[in-house]
Design a protein around this ligand. Structure first.
Ligand code: FAD
Length: 329
C-alpha cells in the first residue's frame, strides 16, 4: 500500500503537545523511507493556534477537524470523526502518540476500520521492502521486531520520546478544514471536568532537564545537594523506584515502567544502577549523564557521558562550579 503517512496529533487548550510534534517527526521519517507524503490530522475545537504551528512543518497537508463536540476528547467523538476520513483517504499508516487518550480509543478505531493495530512502537526500519517495527515486550526486557500482515491501513502508536520532537522538519503545510461527522453521534462519555492528579503533581514528561536519584543517594537526608543541582540546572527532580518506595521522594517523581516516561534533553542519573524497568522510562532522553561509583553499572551502557565516582563528592563540586559560572567567575 502506497498511501500517505498520517500523524494524528494531540493538542491541549489549542496548543500542540510535544507528543504531537514527536508523532509528526515520526510520520515525516516514515514517509521519507517509503517515498510517500506525510500529513497531519488535528481534532478539537478552537484550533487556530495549533493550526498555525502545523503550517510551519514539512507536510503535504494538515487536516483540521473542528467541532464543538470535539472540544473535549471522547472515544465516541474521536472515532466518529476519524473513521470517514481514513476510509476515504486510505493512508498507509496512521501514527498516534502512545498516551492514555489514544490507548482509550485506538482499538475501537482499528475495529471500526478493520485496520491493523500496532501499539507502543519505538522504532522502525525497512527490511526487504517491508517495514519492521520495534516494540518493547515483557516490561521492556525484550524488543520484538514486528511486521504487519495483510492489506489496508495500519494504526501505530509511538512510545513517548522514541522520535524526538526536535526532529520535525520545517516547511509549509497547507491547512484544510474538514467537516467532522459528529452531530448526533453517541459520544459515549461525558467529561465533567479535570483536576490535576496529586494536587499540582509534576508532569515530568514536559521537563527539559531531569536530575534523577537512585538508591545510591543513601537516604532522604542526603538529598539537599541533588535538589540544589536540579534548581541550578532549572530542572525537575526525579527518582528510581526504590527511592520512592523508601518514601524519600513522592511517587509522582518516579521514572520507569511503573512510573512516568520522560524524554528530556538532559537526564542526570545519580546513583542509579540502570535496571531495565528504569531505562524504559528514560531512554528517550537526548543526553544522559550517569554518576555511579560502580564503573560496571549498566547505566553506563546507555549514558552519553559517565562519571565513575561518588555522587556525594561530585554533586557538591558540580553545584559549586555552576554557581561560580552563574556568578561570572
Ligand atoms: C514490575 C516492576 C516494576 C518496576 N518499575 C520500576 C520503575 O518504574 N522505576 C524504577 O526505577 N524501577 C522500577 N523497578 C525496580 C527496578 O527493577 C530496580 O530495582 C530499580 O530501578 C533499581 O533502582 P536503583 O538503580 O535506584 O537502585 P540499585 O539498583 O540499588 O542501584 C543503586 C546504584 O547506586 C550506586 N551507588 C551507590 N552509592 C553510590 C554513591 N555514593 N555514588 C554514586 N553511585 C552510588 C550503586 O553502584 C548502584 O549502581 C521495577 C521492578 C519491577 C519488578
Amino acid at each position: 500500500m502506497n498511501g500517505p503517512v498520517w500523524a494524528v496529533v494531540q493538542q491541549k487548550d489549542g496548543r500542540l503537545q510535544r507528543s504531537g510534534r514527536e508523532t509528526i517527526a515520526a510520520a515525516q521519517a516514515l514517509a521519507r523511507e517509503l517515498g510517500t507524503s506525510a500529513e497531519a490530522v488535528l481534532l478539537g475545537d478552537g484550533l487556530a493556534a495549533a493550526g498555525e504551528e502545523l503550517k510551519g512543518m514539512a507536510l503535504a497537508g494538515a487536516r483540521v477537524v473542528e467541532h464543538p463536540r470535539l472540544a473535549t476528547y471522547t472515544p465516541g467523538g474521536y472515532v466518529a470523526a476519524l473513521v470517514p476520513l481514513v476510509r476515504e483517504e486510505r493512508p498507509a499508516y496512521v501514527l498516534f502518540p502512545h498516551t492514555y487518550q489514544t490507548v482509550d480509543f485506538m482499538a475501537r478505531l482499528a475495529q471500526a476500520l478493520d485496520a491493523g493495530l500496532l501499539p507502543e512502537a519505538i522504532a522502525f526500519r525497512r527490511v526487504d521492502g517491508e517495514v519492521r517495527w520495534t516494540r518493547p515486550v515483557l516490561g521492556g526486557k525484550l524488543h520484538a521486531q514486528v511486521r504487519t500482515v495483510g492489506e489496508g491501513t495500519v494504526l501505530v502508536s509511538l512510545q513517548s520520546g522514541a522520535f524526538p520532537a526536535d526532529g520535525v522538519e520545517a516547511g509549509s503545510a497547507p491547512l484544510r478544514q474538514v467537516a467532522a461527522a459528529v452531530d448526533g453521534v453517541d459520544l459515549q462519555r461525558e467529561v465533567r471536568g479535570f483536576e490535576s492528579a496529586g494536587g499540582g503533581a509534576v508532569d515530568l514528561s514536559k521537563a527539559e532537564v531531569i536530575v534523577a536519584v537512585g538508591r545510591g543517594v543513601g537516604g532522604q537526608e542526603k538529598l539537599a545537594p541533588v535538589e540544589e543541582l536540579a534548581r541550578l540546572l532549572g530542572g525537575e527532580l526525579a527518582a528510581s523506584r526504590p527511592v520512592v518506595d523508601s518514601g524519600w521522594l513522592p511517587r509522582e517523581r518516579q521514572v520507569g515502567s511503573s512510573g512516568q516516561t520522560v524524554a528530556p534533553k538532559l537526564y542526570l542519573a545519580l546513583g542509579i544502577s540502570g535496571a531495565i524497568q528504569h531505562l524504559v522510562g528514560m531512554k528517550g532522553a537526548t543526553a544522559v549523564v550517569a554518576i555511579n561509583k560502580d564503573a560496571s553499572a549498566p547505566i553506563f551502557k546507555i549514558a552519553t557521558w559517565g562519571v565513575a565516582g561518588d555522587l556525594h563528592e561530585i554533586v557538591p563540586a558540580l553545584n559549586q562550579a555552576l554557581k561560580e559560572r552563574a556568578g561570572g567567575a
